[in-house]
Design a protein around this ligand. Structure first.
Ligand SMILES: O=C(O)c1cc(=O)[nH]c(=O)n1[C@@H]1O[C@H](COP(=O)(O)O)[C@@H](O)[C@H]1O
Length: 270
């Protein structure tokens, strides 16, 4: 099943726009996992089991695993999500971007090694850098207007009468989408920009990080970015869910935060 069909299935099954990001930081793990064997896998699986019925997507961030030499646990976590929770969309947050011959390997990593339904990519190497991803079934989610303040440095530069992030959205919607299934990243911290991107990209899915630890307003993100049918967004939170408690109750606390975040991102009428 392609990325877009999978995500529609996830929205239907979960009635949720919430995505939980898996950014495991052992320094913030509860004491019961301190120095425990396979701690990253166990932590992530506990979070996945505690929140899977509340989310449309999980989004592991690859740097958190690679920096801990934990790519192999990441593979097992991805397999676990795919097998145990087939209704949930798996987005690998990798933000890769390189010339085509190298991008072929990034694509194989995301879709072959990790079995992701979609992967985040950096679009600044242009259309040919994205083509290798479209040789696979998975989707490509391009950074458009990132959630951090420094995103302005380049993404808001004037680009022939429109900001670069709008040009990026147009390039993805009009050019990349001819080759395969796409989405965009726009931070919840910039609802005005999110509304502008929705106006350019039609029904394409938008990944919206920045609620929770980064302070973005969930309701404003839904208002600005949801499609007319209330769908269209994966609104992502990592640290606020993962580290809701650093005690033995971390999974229950994560679930409570996920319940609140799901409610806060529920479109009117759902
Ligand atoms: O692509 C992303 O997921 C992403 C894009 C962006 O503009 N901002 C952003 O925060 N992210 C990722 O989303 C997650 C946000 O984490 P929290 O701030 O803890 O919810 C991190 O893994 C970031 O790498």
């Amino acid at each position: 099943m392609g990325f877009h069909a999978q995500l529609e299935r996830s929205w239907t099954a979960s009635n949720s726009l919430l995505c939980v990001g898996l950014d495991p930081d052992p320094a913030r793990f509860p004491a019961l996992l301190d120095g425990a064997p396979d701690a990253i896998y166990r932590f992530c699986v506990a979070i996945v089991d505690a929140t899977a019925d509340l989310v449309c997507a999980f989004k592991p961030q690859i740097a958190y695993f690679a920096s801990q030499r934990a790519e192999e646990p990441l593979e097992r976590i991805c397999t676990y999500i795919r097998e145990q929770y087939p209704d949930v969309t798996l987005v690998l947050d990798a933000k890769r971007g390189d010339i085509g011959s190298t991008a072929e390997h990034y694509a194989r990593e995301a879709f072959g090694r990790y079995g992701a339904h979609a992967v985040t990519v950096n679009p600044y190497l242009g259309t040919d850098s994205a083509l290798p991803y479209f040789e696979h079934e998975g989707g490509v989610i391009a950074l458009c207007r990132t959630s951090n303040p420094g995103g302005d440095d380049l993404q808001n530069l004037d680009c022939g009468g429109e900001p670069l992030f709008v040009r990026t959205a147009r390039m993805v919607a009009e050019q990349w989408s001819q080759h395969g299934e796409c989405g965009l990243v726009v931070g919840a911290t910039y609802p005005g920009e999110l509304e502008r991107v929705r106006g350019v990209v039609g029904d394409l899915p938008i990944l919206v990080p920045g609620i929770g630890a980064q302070g973005g307003d969930p309701a404003a993100a839904v208002k600005a970015g949801a499609r007319d049918d209330g769908r269209g967004l994966m609104i992502s939170s990592s640290r606020a869910v993962l580290y809701a408690s650093n005690g033995d109750d971390f999974a229950e606390a994560a679930r409570r935060t996920a319940i609140e975040s799901r409610l806060a991102t529920l479109p009117a009428g759902w």
